[in-house]
Write a protein that binds this ligand. Structure first.
Ligand SMILES: C[S@@+](CC[C@H](N)C(=O)[O-])C[C@H]1O[C@@H](n2cnc3c(N)ncnc32)[C@H](O)[C@@H]1O
Length: 342
């Protein structure tokens, strides 16, 4: 046993053949994840201070029976997330840093999103793989917020790199399509104080964006607008259109439809910036992109696409790709202009 296997992973081994351990460890990972989410739900990590706690003390602090809290804590100790010495459980250093609510970064919202949204969809993964279609799932307000927080967490570093790597000096007005909480457009607005922006997203997201953007130093220069990028009129008059981490959510034909709509509101000097996890790697992509592709397929039939695929969609919709540059891995930037604009 390596410490992260499901305890049932002790199958008969072939005398001289390959071992099934790896397969069993992957299959058993579901229970480890489930117990981690349950521990977050009962606030087990917050309940463990430096002195640690016995199962009986934990039961009292978390408000669950002693027998069941011990079962959860033993799984987490087997995984190395908790430590168990002399009958007392303690947070291992990563749990104290990321799960207790007392550390520098709280992974709670990310794990909550995986638990209540991603893994619910993943139960229907075989159907999504057979059909290349997403798994419909109506999100309540809390789930929408959990998704947006997860996205903001995942895209923040790429956003900083975009502002540093791409020169917005010659642009005046940015149209941010599917802008979410504004994570991508804020760093350019802050670095280039002459810029203004319109952020388009669905109504349930724009309310959250307004709240978050109000606290930003660029608050007065960004206008969040509730609109569906496929069915509502899109505003003209922007010389830069930013589409960040949106195309990977869509199947190819929807991306073509989106690019056609954007071309219709583009001026001859408009530059289109497509920021995404464009699949350009030889061999196995970075883990974020590998698991991201699963997530994008499950959400709405998307994928991580290659720059060549995007180039074909651009070519078919009146754009031409004019450049590509890496940002923070796994993100990169495809630049396009209206065809014939010089
Ligand atoms: C993965 S998030 C990316 C957010 C942001 N661009 C970023 O990079 O941080 C995709 C966003 O597209 C929005 N979206 C999805 N379908 C949309 C539609 N039909 N019209 C406008 N926005 C949409 C989602 O609400 C979500 O905020």
């Amino acid at each position: 046993m390596t410490g992260t296997e499901h305890p049932a992973a002790v199958p008969p081994h072939l005398p001289n053949g390959p071992s099934p351990d790896q397969i069993m460890a992957v299959a058993g990972g579901y229970i480890n994840a489930r117990m981690l989410f349950t521990a977050c739900d009962i606030e087990l990590f917050a309940a463990l201070d430096a002195a640690g706690a016995t199962a009986a003390e934990l039961a009292q602090r978390c408000g669950v029976p002693e027998r069941s809290v011990r079962i959860v804590a033993d799984v987490l100790a087997t995984c190395g997330i908790l430590e168990l010495n002399g009958g007392r459980y303690r947070n291992a250093p990563p749990a104290e840093a990321f799960l207790s609510g007392r550390g520098p970064l709280d992974l709670g919202s990310l794990l909550r999103y995986w638990d209540i949204v991603s893994y619910q969809r993943a139960a229907a993964a075989t159907m999504a793989v057979r059909t290349s279609q997403g798994v419909p799932c109506a999100l309540d307000a809390g789930q929408v917020e959990a998704f947006q927080q997860w996205v903001a967490f995942a895209t923040a570093q790429g956003a900083e790199t975009l502002a540093a790597a791409y020169d917005f000096t010659d642009h005046r007005r940015v149209l941010d399509i599917g802008g979410g909480l504004g994570t991508m457009v804020l760093p350019p607005l802050i670095r280039f104080p002459h810029l203004t922006a319109t952020l388009i997203d669905l109504p349930e997201v724009v309310g959250l964006a307004r709240k978050r953007l109000a606290a930003s130093p660029a608050a007065g220069r960004i206008d969040p607008v509730a609109a569906d990028a496929f069915t509502d009129p899109l505003p003209a008059g922007h010389d830069c259109i930013l589409v960040a981490h949106f195309m990977h959510l869509l199947p190819p034909e929807r991306n073509v439809a989106l690019l056609k709509r954007l071309r219709a509101v583009a001026a001859p000097d408009t530059v289109l910036l497509l920021v995404d996890w464009w699949r350009h790697w030889d061999g196995i992509p970075p883990a974020e992109a590998v698991y991201g592709a699963v997530e994008f397929l499950l959400i709405s039939g998307g994928d991580t696409y290659t720059p060549e695929e995007a180039g074909q969609w651009l070519g078919a919709t009146g754009w031409q790709a004019t450049g590509w540059q890496p940002l923070a891995e796994p993100t990169s930037l495809l630049i396009a202009r209206p065809r014939g604009s010089g």
